[in-house]
Design a protein around this ligand. Sequence first.
Ligand SMILES: C[S@@+](CC[C@H](N)C(=O)[O-])C[C@H]1O[C@@H](n2cnc3c(N)ncnc32)[C@H](O)[C@@H]1O
Length: 212
Amino acid sequence: MSADQQPVSSAFLADPQFSFPQTRRWKTWELGRERLFERLLGEFRDRPVRFLEIGSFEGASAVWMLRNILTHPDARLTCVDNDKLGCGKRLESNLAASGLSAKATIHWIDSHDVRKHVPDDHFDFVYVDGSHAAANVLFDVVNAHLICRPGGIVGCDDYLFELPEDGSVPKPAIDAFLKLQGDRVEVIHSGYQLWFRKRAGVSAGGGGSGPS
Ligand SMILES: C[S@@+](CC[C@H](N)C(=O)[O-])C[C@H]1O[C@@H](n2cnc3c(N)ncnc32)[C@H](O)[C@@H]1O
């Protein structure tokens, strides 16, 4: 049995705030992040909202959102991951172990294909946590903005991540996006993560007039 096929630990099943130390290779989730998510996503609790996560890895953020925010019976989470890190089996097992997998759909695709699978102006929240190479981050944040409904929120992890992937880091990409969008987005948190709200009245087309 490979590591990815091992069942989750009983500690994970018992811990109400999601801890699965036996199966985690990376520390992707901690108290500070939890507090940030509680503060910024609190408005969606007990509502029939739709969330999308780009980059789910072993499911730490996904299960936390399912347990703590997506509490309405009709709330749903869509996960997009290309399984680059080979953790697909762990994500599936951890979602199953959470008892909430019926509320989640996983698309095993590259984020470049996300708009083939989900409609624009659709999600209440999009969490961008896939590739950390600048060009991919730019692509993901542009698409996240398009598939987020006006008034919804986009959260970008690792805005200040300093370890280059393919020679680049996320911050310049997110800054370029923010500069291009101007006041069409409202930055609601800027720290290690960067979160913004897509202003109401801005639809997928960007709200501009086309060529005459
Ligand atoms: C940092 S981990 C996500 C951590 C997770 N959100 C959490 O907090 O527990 C990044 C994930 O993004 C996935 N990924 C990387 N590049 C991707 C791409 N271009 N498209 C889709 N998924 C990608 C990887 O397979 C990995 O599972």
